[in-house]
Design a protein around this ligand. Sequence first.
Ligand code: C5P
Length: 309
Amino acid sequence: MHAYTLLAPAKINLLLEILGDRTDGFHELVMVLQSVDLADLVELRPLGGERIQIHCDHPEVPTHESNLAFKAARLMQQKFPGRGGVSATIHKQIPVGAGLAGGSTNAAAVLVGLDLMWNLGLTQGELQGLGAALGSDVPFCISGGTALALGRGEVLSPLLDLDQLYVVLAKYRSLAISTSWAYQTYRQQFGHTYPQTPTALEQSRRQGPSVPMVAAINHRDLTQIGSLLYNDLERVVLPQHPQVQKLRDQFLQFEAKGALMSGSGSTVFGLTETRSQAETLAEQMRSVFPDPDLDLWVTKLISSGIQVA
Ligand code: C5P
């Protein structure tokens, strides 16, 4: 059995629309998800017995059963018994509690890596089916690129690649936001507006901002894409965290093509057409926000998910 090292990219949301409640307690969503060139490295090694060990160089990442990568390894052992244990060493580049699917992409890497290590020959669809049991963003993290995501986020349709564009990511290191807090708060504040029938839900999907966004992506119209960026969770997170709102406002003042909070935050991104524009934007942001707690990354949109490094 070989050891494998996998590249596990982060994602941003170009769009996150909450349609309403589902019977499983989750929300019915429409998202446009996009992989970015900021990735963790996940090294997998075979271990004796049925042991699972997670190692991570980031102090806030749990290394026990609550880590989604641990759950991914256990799920694979349950589905494919007798193949032994695994150690996963995660080299963290993606910030934690950031709305960038850092935990989900690590779990996706464990699924893809164990499929290779145990020579299972699973299809991408089969791996995504397993991923959906772990978390809503895991299926997307496996395939990556640019995709429309429906349902809980696991029903994926690929869209045209946007891999020539750049983003600046901005996140306060000390500010992590819980995804379940963001969705629960949204339900408390806006649950009374959720459609009550499947027909009303479908109508609200067809009238929502994802329709023009998909058309703009099909036309590779960056100005339109930038103006259509949309995230319902901003409605609960930004009032609670004005410093995140300020980052978003400042990106737009510096003429990013568009700016948005990703997922449940706390990362905000500004979109640009070229690397040099992104570098200038990052420098401008740094000059207005010299706070050493603010991390900035210049990165590219990419067309791939989990890959062997
Ligand atoms: O699926 P995942 O574990 O990433 O979701 C984290 C939390 O986000 C869930 O516990 C739920 O509170 C919320 N969520 C939701 N509807 C979705 C996805 C996530 O309510 N479609």
